[in-house]
Design a protein around this ligand. Structure first.
Ligand SMILES: Nc1ncnc2c1ncn2[C@@H]1O[C@H](COP(=O)(O)OP(=O)(O)O)[C@@H](O)[C@H]1O
Ligand SMILES: [Mg+2]
Length: 219
């Protein structure tokens, strides 16, 4: 049985995923509500190793499909070892990125077949389907401005493709990713909440809390 609540944060780099996830778990901490926090890629021992491969500059020429499968491999471990056990214990699980990132970046961004991604994602997550996903929406350029000053440069390699003006089908990479997130939010409007991230951290957090409270009340 899966009793917990699974909350994921999605969106372009610099939109505020890590910031909002931290604000949420600080609040849960204060209230004494059991939770765990995890991020992708990473989370487990194998996940950490995969993260290193993905962020290693020497691997920049990696095949897109190989890259996607590494993200999925990391996720499979994270679901089995961390996410599902916590949900079964009735905890709140907060994940900084999850399977919508694969659909948005590798599917809509890179152009890998969306049907295949859907199947692979389903295989990997099993019952660990998020109850609430916050898509923090921001202009690519705006997110980049926020994140470049703070991030490890290897963590923004997808964003480099945007800066380098790589165009596929007439659109910049991050614009395709953002469009992908919009499409996903339309397809799954019950789960994915679009949040205007171009506001203060506090204003954004107010919206998030409202939605989380509502979900907890009917759980
Ligand atoms: N609403 C906001 N307004 C202005 N700056 C923000 C906001 N939310 C986050 N930031 C700042 O932008 C940077 C990127 O935020 P972060 O949460 O790391 O984004 P992400 O995890 O989505 O890449 C951080 O320096 C953070 O403090
Ligand atoms: Mg982050």
């Amino acid at each position: 049985m899966r009793k917990g609540l699974f909350i994921t944060f999605e969106g372009l780099e610099g939109c505020g995923k890590t910031t909002q996830a931290k604000m949420l778990y600080n609040l849960l901490n204060k209230k004494g509500i059991p939770f765990i926090f995890t991020k992708e890629p990473g989370g487990t021992k194998i996940g950490q190793k995969i993260r290193k491969i993905l962020l290693d500059q020497k691997n920049d020429s990696m095949d897109y499909k190989a890259e996607m499968l590494l993200f999925l491999a990391s996720r499979a471990e994270n679901v089995r070892l961390i996410i599902l056990p916590a949900l079964e214990e009735g905890k709140i699980v907060i994940s900084d990125r999850f399977y919508d990132s694969t659909t948005a970046y590798q599917g809509y961004g890179r152009g890998i077949d969306l049907k295949i991604i859907k199947h692979l994602n389903a295989l990997v997550v099993g019952k660990a389907i998020p109850d609430i996903t916050f898509f923090l929406d921001i202009e690519p350029q705006e997110g980049l401005k926020r994140s470049t000053a703070f991030s490890n440069s290897r963590e923004i390699r997808f964003e480099e493709e945007f800066v380098n003006k790589k165009i596929i089908d007439g659109k910049l990479f991050l614009e395709r990713v953002r469009d992908g997130y919009y499409k996903l939010s339309q397809e799954e409007s019950g789960r994915i909440k679009v949040i205007d991230a171009n506001r203060s951290k506090e204003e954004i957090f107010k919206d998030i809390i409202k939605i989380v409270n509502k979900k907890m009340a009917i759980r």
